[in-house]
Structure formats: C-alpha cells, structure tokens
Design a binder for this molecule. Structure first.
Ligand SMILES: Nc1ncnc2c1ncn2[C@@H]1O[C@H](COP(=O)(O)OP(=O)(O)O)[C@@H](O)[C@H]1O
Ligand SMILES: O=C(O)C1=C[C@@H](OP(=O)(O)O)[C@@H](O)[C@H](O)C1
Ligand SMILES: [Mg+2]
Length: 176
C-alpha cells in the first residue's frame, strides 16, 4: 500500500457514507470522491434511470467498472451501498485503501431513508429492505478494516470516531 491510502466508506444506503465522507475530507484536507456521482457523470443519467431502463444488475456492472477505474490515493471515497457485491472492485479499493464500514441498524436506516423508489437501489424488484440489509451485512463485514457504529451518533461524531480509530492504527496497518 502507498503511504497515503484512500479512506473508503462502505455500508448500507442511509448509513451516511456521502454525508460523513464530505465532512471527513474537509477535516483531513483530503480530496473527496463519491462513486455514485462518478457513475452518473459517466452514464449521463441518474442511478434510478439506470435501474428503470436497464435493471439493477446493469447498475451493479457499471458500478464495478467505475470502481475499478478509480486510480488515486489520499482520497476519501464514498461508495454506493451495492459496491460490496463486487469482490474484484473491493479488492481493488482495498489494495490502496483503508475500508471503513459505517454500521447502522435497520431501524436507524429506516428513520433516515424514505425515498426507496427514487434512490436507485440495486436490488431485486421484489426484495425487501430488511432482506437486503441481511444479505449485505456479511459482505460489508468481510471487507471492513474498521467498523464504526453509526447508531445514536450524528455525522460529526461519526467523523470524530473515524479519525480516532485511524490514529489508533499502527504504521504497519496504515501502510499495509
Ligand atoms: N450519523 C448520522 N446521524 C443522523 N443522520 C445522518 C447520519 N449520517 C447520515 N445521516 C442522514 O442520513 C441520510 C442519508 O445519508 P447519506 O450520506 O446519503 O447516506 P449514504 O451515502 O450512506 O446512502 C441523509 O439525510 C443524512 O443527512
Ligand atoms: O445500495 C444500493 O443498492 C445503492 C445505493 C446508492 O448509493 P448510497 O448507498 O449512497 O445511497 C447507489 O450506489 C445506487 O443507487 C445503489
Ligand atoms: Mg451516498
């Protein structure tokens, strides 16, 4: 790993990846990259349009391609909730990044998210949000270097906890 690994945020939609990512980038004076925005710029259409027009599996393929195309260091990278479906993409991000899982309970996520039908979720049409939660939890924990409990804690506190956990990493961990 290079000296300044990326900080890669993963987790369910609503866990706070994009919100916390911006705050973290500002606090650490790092560039910020949101792979959902990269996808929309590349595709010139919204995530929901991709799902509606081509289906959720095509969105996952596009996401994988976009993630594999990321070549940078020292960035804060907010991924989309479905990033963890691609082993190849996650290994690519892990190669030069510390992967941080924003862990929020189903109840917390339900309080934060209401636009299930317009958010462009990459899930089977009939799949419930709770089923999606269960399916993905194992994937997020598989790839996480650090897991942050994001329940009952605001965005700023999540950011502070991440910074503290990063400071607790040994040089060996950080330069893995
Ligand atoms: N720690 C937090 N506490 C309360 N609300 C939060 C927290 N993190 C994010 N949110 C809110 O939850 C919603 C989803 O956050 P977002 O950053 O878009 O999540 P993600 O990118 O993981 O899908 C936003 O309205 C955001 O303001
Ligand atoms: O979880 C998902 O299936 C998705 C989450 C979205 O990102 P957020 O996690 O930032 O909402 C986005 O990548 C895409 O619409 C698919
Ligand atoms: Mg996001």
């Amino acid at each position: 790993m290079q000296k300044s690994p990326n900080l890669v945020l993963i987790g369910m939609p609503g866990s706070g990846k994009s919100t916390v990512g911006v705050i973290l980038a500002k606090q650490l004076s790092r560039p910020y990259l949101d792979s959902d925005i990269l996808i929309q710029l590349t595709e010139k259409r919204s995530l929901q349009e991709i799902v509606d027009q081509d289906g959720y599996l095509v969105l996952r393929d596009i996401e994988e391609r976009v993630l594999l195309g990321i070549q940078c260091d020292n960035h804060v990278i907010a991924t989309g909730g479905s990033a963890a479906y691609s082993e190849q993409a996650m290994n690519h991000l892990r190669h030069n990044g510390i992967v941080i899982f924003l862990d929020a309970s189903l109840d917390t996520l339900r309080r934060r998210i209401h636009n299930y039908d317009t958010r462009g979720l990459a899930k089977r049409p009939e799949q419930s949000f709770s089923d999606l939660f269960q399916e993905r939890f194992e994937l997020y924990t598989r790839y996480a270097d650090i897991t942050i409990d994001c329940n009952d804690t605001d965005q700023e506190q999540v950011c502070q906890t991440i910074v503290a956990r990063l400071e607790g990493l040994t040089d060996h961990d950080a330069q893995r």
